[in-house]
Write a protein that binds this ligand. Sequence first.
Ligand SMILES: *Cc1c(COP(=O)(O)O)cnc(C)c1O
Length: 378
Amino acid sequence: MNFETAAIHVGQSPEPATGAIIPPIYATSTYAQLGPGETRGYDYTRSGNPNFTNLEQTLCALEGAEHATVFATGMSAITAVISTLSTGDLVIAEENIYGCTFRIYDEVFAKFGVKIEYCDLTDPANFDRIRNRSPQLVWIESPTNPLLKILDIQTIADEAHSAGAALVVDNTFASPYFQKPLALGADISLSSTTKYINGHSDCLGGVVLCRDSAWHEKMVFAQKAIGLNPSPFDAWLISRGVKTLAVRMQKHADNALAFAHYLEQHPSTAFVRYPHLPSHPHHELACRQMSGGSGMVAAEFDLSLEQTQRLLSRFKVFALAESLGGIESLVSHPPTMSHASIPREQRETVGIRDGLIRFSVGIEHVDDLIADFDQALD
Ligand SMILES: *Cc1c(COP(=O)(O)O)cnc(C)c1O
């Protein structure tokens, strides 16, 4: 079944009792048992709910996974994966990952003795780190947040596997429409479903996808044991949102490419990053690994911190807000917003400077987005 069809039909059969075309919201904490310990497949919503099952089936189909486990947020999905580690275990991570992923490693799991080392995994010279340090996990994102670096998932998966490690890919920025990490060799593909998968900025969620049943059992255990489950209503909303993922992603990518082209020729721009722009340093890999460039654009402008902040507060169509991947365009300032929790020095060494702006390009008419940028800059 093709992606567009699976997004609408898998996990979304009409409800058998009434024929309702849309499965209802199973707003229940518990389930009547047939006899003691004899269930119809569900016993308590922390460990399962039909709305979770429906969404898990859809997301498995979209990414070609064997197993999916849904969580309350992207950070819950990340927590579930890290919770499988023990004191003394090591993670080698790309240095340009999501700000809250840094924070959960450095300020939460470090207290329990989980070790993490960061390096630039776009540079093959750093693959030695994977070979020499025997990590349990290698942790990457591609495209990265906010600089949209592209990492070679297949090569890094091979490196991780030859070192006996599992590769975790945070696929939030690409979405399963443009990139399928499991098919490229990753052991785990996780996403914040808050972003493109839901797409409507009206709830939070996360998912872990894998092929291996041992990983799946660990995720089901973490959902139940730590209490990382979503609400049935949020799972239902995400099931509704994901049905239009294909058409949304196509429009996000068309708009983002046009917007990136416009910024690139603008005299105030120092550089623009968009994976499918020929000027992107990893353009060839991006075209090989992702079937489209997705909707995120990063650009650095020749502006001071104060000028950048003034520019950011003048957009009228783009909303100044955290998050990404919704139908409405958003603009954000990584140094003072999503990446403010990273110490300034560490932030600047990875290239997040004061003039950097991140655009989550929505599905409005692109001419209105370009006009909005022009009036804000004026
Ligand atoms: C937003 C995001 C997360 C965290 O997801 P939440 O749903 O906000 O908890 C993780 N990784 C990436 C790349 C993100 O953009």
